[in-house]
Design a protein. Structure first.
Length: 237
């Protein structure tokens, strides 16, 4: 009886120790097709769970519109989001997780160039005005915020806008589902680096450190290259 009681106490202590040792993470993100799919698939989903695996980490994912995700991580309501450009108001991964190409989509018949924006209306994905629209289109004076690339291309097809600016990988996904994709041309505007981002808190700093260490280990093991290849992405390092 003493042996059984002792074993039970040791077992309970073991369970209790591992419960305490778990690290909880609040991850806020928008829905990005093939990146943060609701079913748990996608590049970002797989990357996060390789870097923060169970049972050591418990990742609690919250879906928000992109602007709200950024606001929540800035306020410390969530622990991390990604991927985004660098800012002094957050901790960021040492290495970028993506280098994204910025493109402009326009109708071939319009022969629009980046220097001919007089009285032209463009559109961009919500939350991207400071990353992909105005920084690359200094002469653009009118920009319309839309839900995603699909909505932007729909407005372009309806001639409600003159061009759409976005990240190439997301634009290509939307274009590939259109029967009229041959009617559009894509102009490359530039590129930008995207980093995994963490709240400016003690917990955020600890997660950033763990992220950097694990990302480097996965790179050395060749696991990271396989993941990028799976989603037809270019590994930026």
């Amino acid at each position: 009886m003493k042996f059984s009681l002792c074993s039970c106490l040791l077992f309970c202590g073991f369970i209790s120790f591992h419960s305490v040792a778990q690290t909880s993470i609040k991850w806020g993100t928008d829905y990005w097709q093939d990146y943060t799919n609701y079913d748990g698939s996608g590049f970002y989903n797989e990357l996060v769970h390789k870097i923060f695996p169970e049972p050591e980490y418990i990742v609690d994912i919250h879906y928000y519109p992109w602007k709200r995700s950024v606001k929540n991580v800035l306020q410390g309501n969530i622990d991390m989001t990604g991927a985004m450009h660098k800012t002094e108001m957050l901790y960021h991964s040492e290495r970028p997780v993506l280098i994204e190409t910025v493109v402009m989509v326009s109708r071939i018949q319009d022969t629009l160039t980046r220097d001919s924006f007089d009285n032209k209306l463009g559109a961009y994905r919500s939350g991207y005005e400071d990353m992909v629209f105005y920084p690359y289109l200094e002469k653009a004076t009118m920009g319309l915020e839309v839900e995603d690339s699909y909505k932007g291309l729909t407005l372009l097809a309806m001639k409600k806008i003159d061009f759409y600016v976005g990240a190439d990988s997301l634009v290509q996904l939307a274009l590939n589902e259109r029967d009229d994709r041959a009617e559009y041309e894509i102009s490359e505007l530039g590129s930008f680096k995207l980093y995994w981002s963490f709240a400016l808190t003690e917990h955020g700093l600890a997660l950033k450190t763990a992220f950097d260490e694990r990302l480097e280990a996965l790179r050395e093991q060749g696991v990271l290259a396989q993941l990028y290849q799976k989603y037809n992405l270019i590994m930026p390092f």
